[in-house]
Write a protein that binds this ligand. Structure first.
Ligand code: FMN
Length: 235
């Protein structure tokens, strides 16, 4: 059975939660789902130690929280991010998680498992445009090598408490979200997009140039060599 991982950017069982639940309803059991909620499941800010870049993500001081989420992303076919819009952007807790994945960007150590995944971004605000918040997530996913990223955003318009929204508004949001989720039922692995190929090409040139200057390859280039993307200097 295909797998999905859902990361919800708030622990509140409010509007984001109900939209996420509607998405799950729409998937109709087509995926085995694992879920994480923020900040509960990853309550740390990146402390800037850079150990993930220079050595290994396993040595991150927050690895205990980050690695289960990263491993779930690697195992999943479908990555779902659900978040409210906070001051026109993604909530800090979601950004804090994404910061911890910086070492998996193309310019560091991308995981080839990411290249065929599909992603869905669900957002809502009272009325502000959702685009910038969605982009915060999409940018990270693109740089990690995800080619297919679909987005759905809502303006609640009537308030911020789910139960206080009109029945008609809740029905529309739920129906639209369920319909959106159904697009992922039976979806094949994504084909690498032109954008992802271009990012990979740029990153490869960068790593090649760094390798020329390195006496011994650093963590990033050891990864590129191990993946067969770069040749060892004397190999
Ligand atoms: C700290 C904070 C900042 C917010 N900023 C915005 C905003 O800039 N524009 C907007 O339209 N809604 C804003 N909202 C409303 C949320 O996007 C969302 O609609 C609301 O929190 C309900 O979702 P929830 O029940 O999942 O928390 C904000 C909410 C919070 C708590």
């Amino acid at each position: 059975m295909k797998k999905a991982v859902i990361i919800t950017g708030t622990d509140v069982k409010g509007c984001t939660y109900h939209i996420k639940e509607a998405f799950l309803q729409g998937l109709g059991g087509a995926y085995e789902v694992s879920e994480f909620s923020l900040p509960k499941d990853m309550p740390h800010f990146c402390c800037g130690c850079k150990v993930c870049f220079f050595d290994s993500e396993h040595r991150c001081p927050h690895a205990k929280s980050v690695m289960p989420i990263w491993n779930a992303l690697l195992e999943a076919d479908l990555l779902v991010f659900a978040a409210p819009v906070y001051v026109m952007r993604v909530p800090g807790q979601m950004k804090a998680l994404l910061d911890h994945f910086g070492c998996h960007w193309m310019v560091h150590r991308p995981d080839p498992a990411m290249f065929t995944k599909r992603a869905a971004i669900l957002t809502q605000s009272v009325g502000a445009p959702n685009g910038r918040a969605q982009k915060d997530i999409a940018t990270s996913l693109s740089w990690m090598g995800v080619s297919s990223i679909k987005r759905l955003g809502f303006g609640l318009m009537e308030g911020v408490i789910w139960d206080e929204l009109s029945t008609e508004r809740r029905r529309k949001i739920t129906a639209k979200t369920e319909k959106f989720a159904k697009r992922f039922i039976g979806a094949k692995p994504a084909r690498q997009s032109l954008k992802t190929r271009a990012l990979f090409f740029v990153a490869k040139q960068l790593h090649k140039n760094i390798l020329k200057k390195e006496e011994t390859p650093g963590a990033d280039n050891r990864h590129w060599i191990a993946q067969g993307w770069l040749k060892e200097k004397n190999g």
